[in-house]
Every structure is written in structure tokens, then in C-alpha cells.
Design a protein around this ligand. Structure first.
Ligand code: NI
Ligand code: MN
Length: 227
């Protein structure tokens, strides 16, 4: 299984058979180095309804006949756009042919700017079981003590955590989150896309090494980590 960082919070997971995109914001993403027209997907997993996460979901899903997995109200909005959807709720999990998806708590907000900032359900994180490997994408979130519950039940192989502050955790909170979640590897995301979320990933990596047992992995857009 390989995970490729597509810039900002967008991630592609692939095992050579199934491709899963998480939060595929590519068009207008200053960090994206691949075009929305050039990615393939069997499934698109969304953490919440903000434009920098929903991104190119509708166009990719329609072109690829991909199933969009999202929290309930966001899934209904995508269905209204003509997408195949699988709605879910925080705390719930569902088995798909590739493995499973489970939604976790995120403290944030969720609206579709395309629809006048209409509310589109709870923001969330996800735990994806992809062929037995567990990948956690925290979405946009504050640090929360609930993250400890993830480590109590699951052994996360690879975590994607926001570090850019302003809208989400900053570096120090993301290091604390890494200690709570206890992933084997952690990749910082949601930083340096725009000036308000400027952050130094090397500082995050150094603090993760000093304060946790996780291995920090800094990915440039289109770089891949294998697990
Ligand atoms: Ni957001
Ligand atoms: Mn965001």
C-alpha cells in the first residue's frame, strides 16, 4: 500500500488494485502538482465540506464513477450534484471491498461555500482500513483528548495530521495529538498552502522524534510513503 501526498490535505491511497482519494482539492490548490483530470479514483473519502477539502470531488467522481464516502449531509449534497455516495456518521464504520472506513471526531466546522456556506454535516476525521493497514486522516481539527481513544482500540500505521494553525492544530498541538494517537508514522499536512497557515514541517518532525515514538515523514506534493 502506498500513500501519495497531493498537496494541502489531499492524499491518494493505492494498493495497485483500488485507488482512494482523501479530500481531493487540486484545482486552485497552490501546492497541487497533478491536475484533477489526471487522477483516477475508485472511492473518494471526504472529511468535511470546506472547499479546500471537497475540491474537485464532483468532477473526479463523475468521470471515474467513484463512490463518495462522506458524513450524512455532505453525502446528500454530493448526491444532489449527481455523485454516487455512501453516507456515514461519526463513530460509525462500514466494510467496503477494499477494507473499511470509520469516522472519528474533529472539532471544526463544515459548510459548502458553493451553496452559500450552507451547513453540510459534521466535520470529521477518518480511519481507513486498507487491506489490513490502518490510515488515519484527522481532517481539520483542534487537539482533542478524544484522540486517545483511537490508540486504545487501533494501531494506526500512518497518520495525516494538520499542523498549520489558524484553522486547525498548530505544531505543538499536532505533536501532542501524535502522542495521543500513537501512529507508527505521521505526515504533517494543511500547512504552507497560504500565508495564514505557514508552518515549518522540520520543527514538527524534530518535536515528534523528541516527544513521541512515531516516525515523522515529511512529504512534498506527489511524494509517496509505503506502509
Ligand atoms: Ni476546514
Ligand atoms: Mn481546511
Amino acid at each position: 500500500m502506498e500513500a501519495t501526498f497531493l498537496g494541502h490535505a489531499a492524499v491518494r491511497l493505492s494498493d495497485g488494485k483500488t485507488t482512494i482519494l482523501i479530500d481531493p482539492f487540486l484545482t486552485d490548490n497552490p501546492q497541487a502538482s497533478i491536475k484533477a483530470e489526471d487522477v483516477e479514483a475508485d472511492y473518494i473519502v471526504l472529511t468535511h465540506g470546506h472547499g479546500d477539502h471537497v475540491g474537485d470531488t464532483v468532477a473526479i467522481a463523475k468521470r471515474c464513477n467513484a463512490t463518495c464516502i462522506a458524513t450524512y449531509e455532505l453525502a446528500l449534497w454530493l448526491q444532489n450534484q449527481g455523485c454516487e455516495v455512501h453516507p456515514m456518521g461519526i463513530g460509525g464504520a462500514f466494510d467496503f471491498p477494499f477494507g473499511s472506513v470509520r469516522y472519528t471526531i474533529a472539532h471544526h466546522s463544515s459548510g459548502a461555500s458553493e451553496l452559500g456556506d450552507r451547513y453540510v454535516g459534521n466535520p470529521a476525521g477518518v480511519i481507513i482500513d486498507f487491506g489490513g493497514k490502518l490510515i488515519h486522516h484527522a481532517g481539520d481539527t483542534a487537539l482533542t483528548y478524544d484522540m486517545k481513544l483511537i490508540a486504545e482500540r487501533f494501531k494506526i500505521d500512518l497518520a495525516f495530521l494538520p499542523i498549520g494553525s489558524n484553522f486547525t492544530m498548530d505544531i505543538d498541538d499536532a505533536v501532542k495529538a501524535t502522542g495521543f494517537i500513537q501512529p507508527s508514522k505521521v505526515v504533517p499536512v494543511h500547512y504552507n498552502t497560504w500565508p495564514p497557515i505557514a508552518a515549518d514541517p522540520q520543527e514538527f518532525a524534530e518535536k515528534v522524534r523528541a516527544q513521541t515514538k512515531a516516525e515523522p515523514v515529511i512529504l512534498e506534493p506527489m511524494q509517496t510513503v509505503e506502509i
